[in-house]
Design a protein around this ligand. Structure first.
Ligand code: E4P
Length: 213
């Protein structure tokens, strides 16, 4: 399983990339809205100058025609832009059009296996099931990842599964075990992945022993 970072914040992206473990970026309108004094296209330019991997940029239009127009404008910013489209009939019409033009897509707001299967058949490059938001309403987001992974394996579907709406480190471990190809992880959770009290204690003990020579 690969790591993407789920943010539109440049400092977080720079820091995460300097770690050498992150392969791409996902944004969404709520994350972009937190970034003041910068236009969306300018922020996408900044991100794509730094990040060679997939950078997901979400369309705002709700009709297929509008999504296609917006998506083409966003895709023109850089070759590694992936167009993020919501899981709706119009969204899938847009995905199908993008797929015919070789534009990569990420179908977002996936909450069922059937939605993932439809998105894949429309030609989606990625599907993004939202773990945390399913957990929030008492459903099991991880079971959804397993089901989608199993269906995609049975039917040789190449669409990749991005485990999204990750809330804590255990989600990351479990998404990897359940067959997600990618987890898109907020910066705070990426930091938490590094932590273990025994690592800190071990470093402290090694240094103390070294200094007592
Ligand atoms: C994924 O692409 C989304 O941007 C994101 O993971 C949503 O997470 P949230 O439920 O924490 O808003």
């Amino acid at each position: 399983m690969k790591f993407f970072i789920d943010t539109a914040n440049m400092e977080e992206i720079k820091e995460a990339f300097s770690l050498g473990v992150v392969a791409g970026v996902t944004t969404n309108p709520s994350l972009v809205a937190k970034e003041k004094n910068v236009s969306f296209p300018d922020r996408l330019r900044e991100i794509t100058e730094l990040v060679p991997g997939s950078v997901s940029a979400e369309v705002i239009a709700l009709d297929a025609e509008g999504m296609i127009r917006e998506g083409k404008e966003l895709a023109a910013i850089a070759p590694n832009i992936t167009i993020k489209v919501p899981m709706t009939p119009d969204g899938l019409k847009a995905v199908s059009a993008f797929s015919k033009e070789g534009i990569k897509t990420n179908v977002t707001l996936i909450f069922s296996a059937n939605q993932a299967l439809l998105a894949a058949r429309a030609g989606a490059t990625y599907v993004s099931p939202f773990l945390g938001r399913l957990d929030d309403i008492g459903h099991n987001g991880l079971d959804l990842i397993s089901t989608i992974a199993e269906i995609f394996a049975i039917h040789d579907i190449e669409t990749e599964i991005i485990a999204a709406s990750i809330r804590h480190p255990q989600h990351v471990t479990d998404a990897a075990l359940r067959g997600a190809h990618i987890a898109t992880v907020p910066y705070k959770v990426i930091q938490q992945l590094f932590n273990h009290p025994l690592t800190d204690k071990g470093i402290e003990a090694f240094l103390a022993d070294w200094n007592s020579r």
